[in-house]
Ligand binder design. Structure first.
Ligand code: ATP
Ligand code: MG
Length: 329
């Protein structure tokens, strides 16, 4: 694990530069999303960002921090799904020297590191109810103790939380605490999926091509109109992250200065855009079938599959369990 004394600096540096102006935004629906986020930013309320994977929740969280009065203070990010439950408490609240056999020195937790700034609790839907109870207390009373410590500490922290999980379903199942939900829910912002703001596909694609030119030394000047049409029609289950991955690959694969339809690795994934199967026409049902199809195509190569879907490996693993997808014998 990274040294908890240091990440504040890295995280703070990483957040610098992301502002509302650096986000590609042309559609009325996404403009409204960013308007709400900018309005919350200056009011110091806690913010809950909901939306599918790859829609830009991390970027918006950073933009909110940078537009707030806390901008000069740290932006500290915790990915709740990446840290095992047993370590999360120490990660959030710190640990005293000797709290564990291996702890040879005092470690500050993320709450302390974020004092005066913003704590971004990412993937909060994956936090266990036990951890949720501790976060709630720190949040409500601005008080906590380090693991193995007696002293009650205080930190002035603004919380921004995000999840791509359906929190209402987790609430119904008792997997998410209602009290924490209502506390976080001071200001909820739903980040729309890319397929409901297709106007953004072209400007985003252009941005990503420019990024690739800079990063890989390619010199792509245009995207062929037929290629653009395919990008516009694709359902983008992995949203902006998937679009970025597709463009990156296309720029590297392209001959000459134009991205051609053949450079886009999405036909086999997207097409044919199926009519919803009878029975389950829910979004979750569609998502399950889409993931299954891409898993089949990649021969259950999860690395390739998660890259194609534009989601992380842990997210893919979780969805495989959630949808009970089984590898064919
Ligand atoms: N409006 C935008 N303008 C430019 N880039 C964007 C925009 N939205 C998203 N991106 C890019 O798309 C990628 C995914 O964004 P981000 O990590 O913020 O998604 P997320 O909603 O947090 O996803 P997840 O739920 O999987 O964590 C990033 O590379 C980000 O830079
Ligand atoms: Mg994220």
């Amino acid at each position: 694990m990274a040294d908890p004394e240091q990440p504040t600096i890295t995280s703070a540096y990483r957040s610098v530069g992301v502002t509302f102006d650096t986000l590609v935004c042309v559609s009325p629906v996404f403009r409204e999303t960013l308007r709400l986020a900018a309005s919350a930013a200056v009011k110091d309320v806690s913010v809950l960002l909901l939306g599918e994977t790859g829609t830009g929740k991390n970027l918006i969280a950073q933009a909110v921090h940078n537009a707030s009065r806390r901008a000069q203070r740290p932006f500290v990010s915790v990915n709740c799904s990446a840290i095992p439950d047993t370590l999360l408490e120490a990660e959030l609240f710190g640990s005293e020297k000797g709290a564990y056999t291996s702890s040879d020195r005092l470690r500050k937790g993320k709450f302390e590191q974020a004092d005066g700034g913003t704590l971004f609790l990412d993937e909060i839907g994956d936090m266990s109810p036990t951890a949720q109870a501790k976060v709630l207390r720190a949040f409500e009373y601005k008080q906590f103790e380090r693991v193995g410590g007696e002293e009650t500490l205080h930190a002035d922290v603004r919380i921004i939380a995000a999840t791509n999980r359906p929190l209402d379903r987790l609430l119904g199942d008792g997997r998410f605490r209602e009290d924490l939900f209502y506390r976080l829910n001071e200001f909820t912002i739903e980040v729309p999926p890319l397929r409901s703001r297709r106007e953004e596909i072209e400007p985003l694609a252009t941005r990503f091509v420019a990024e690739c030119n800079e990063r890989f030394g390619t010199s792509i000047r245009r995207i062929d109109p037929a290629a653009l049409a395919r990008l516009r029609d694709y359902p983008w289950p992995g949203n902006v992250r998937e679009l970025r991955a597709v463009l990156k690959r296309a720029c590297v694969a392209a001959h000459g200065e134009t991205v051609q339809p053949a450079d886009l690795r999405l036909a086999s994934v997207a097409a044919p855009v199926e009519a919803p199967a009878e029975g389950d026409t829910s979004l979750a049902g569609m998502e399950a079938r889409h993931i299954e199809r891409v898993l089949r195509q990649t021969g259950w190569n999860k690395k390739e599959c998660s890259a194609l879907l534009g989601i992380s490996r842990p997210t893919l693993d979780r969805k495989i369990v959630e949808y009970n997808l089984k590898r064919p014998e």
